[in-house]
Design a protein around this ligand. Sequence first.
Ligand code: KMH
Ligand code: ZN
Length: 272
Amino acid sequence: MEKLIITAAICGAEVSKEHTKAIPYTIDEIVKEAYVAYKSGASIIHLHVREDNGKPTQSKARFKEVIDGIKTQCPDVIIQPSTGGAVGMSSDERLQPIDLNPEMATLDCGTLNFGGDEVFINTENMIKEFAKRMQDKDIKPELECFEKGHIDMVLRLYKKGFIKGPLHFSFVLGVNGGMSGELRDFLYMKESIPADATYSVAGIGRNEFPLAVASIISGGHVRVGLEDNIYIQKGQLAQSNGELVEKVVRLAKELGREIASPDEARNILGIN
Ligand code: KMH
Ligand code: ZN
């Protein structure tokens, strides 16, 4: 089996210091969390940024400061800014980090409810526009699919040339409003993508580690981090993103999967 790519989703847009003190807000806090996740075994940092008071922002200037800081601490890590941002942001707002020419960025592949009255909007035309902006800059999209219909959307747009291969999916399972995160959901998603595509799984909340194990033994890749889950085990908050990454490294070693370095991850994903 190929080596395991671990993505660390260190910050997100929804988790606050009321949920866990470990969630980073400031530039220094985010850079530190990225560094610790990287040292623990993450080769990709899935990146959101915040204002100092915790408010999510897609400000290009803020992303630049954080990315420069991360690159100083861990020059080879792959940085994957979010173009999802937070619910309610406009496309222009969300697309700002693309102008910094990152190696990767997220491409959210469909609309879904996001708890309460929130709706995370990603229409077909938005997906086409985001995909084109990434293609023009040779940015590798991480195809975030929150349910099976999102995979169908990717496959349609791939056929029509709006999305270029090799395809790399991220199954984000267990969001309140998306597909649940049971083993059968993961298996259905992974069996629905082309054989030559790569995939990673991000289990939300209690789904994080069971789905990580399922992906490790299936030849897929794994995303963990405080954006997705704040507990290291039932009832016990994680101290840092590094602690969550370390747990995946331990599980992978027990199950016979080696961990990919950032350059090995580039090779696996077809990033030049
Ligand atoms: N914060 C969510 C609304 C992404 O990073 O592309 C969207 C999200 C997906 O986190
Ligand atoms: Zn995200």
